[in-house]
Design a protein. Structure first.
Length: 98
């Protein structure tokens, strides 16, 4: 169990560092996303979808890329929730044309 706790802490620390960097680099993330919620969300996603060995060998740049893509998706999803029904219809129409 101790090794699992250490592994968990290590995973969370790496994600915390990357999320902090991304939020500094991209003000939209800082404005639209909650730091703690994002760290927890990313930790859960990585634990459920990636063997810990792969996570541990992932470069910082690769981890940053994966986290960034997920954070963009979360930020866009939050933005869509704020659209009026008319704006959402315009958005849906634009997506259908692509």
């Amino acid at each position: 169990m101790l090794s699992n706790d250490v592994t968990q802490k290590s995973l969370i620390q790496r994600i915390e560092q990357v999320v902090a960097i991304l939020m500094e680099e991209r003000p939209l993330f800082k404005k639209d996303l909650d730091y703690a919620e994002m760290v927890n969300h990313l930790a859960k996603l990585f634990q459920q979808n990636l063997p810990i060995e792969e996570f541990n060998t992932m470069s910082e740049q690769e981890l940053k890329k994966h986290c960034s893509l997920i954070m963009v998706t979360e930020a866009v999803a939050g933005t869509l929730n704020e659209l009026s029904p008319e704006q959402l219809a315009i958005f849906d129409d634009a997506i259908k044309r692509k």
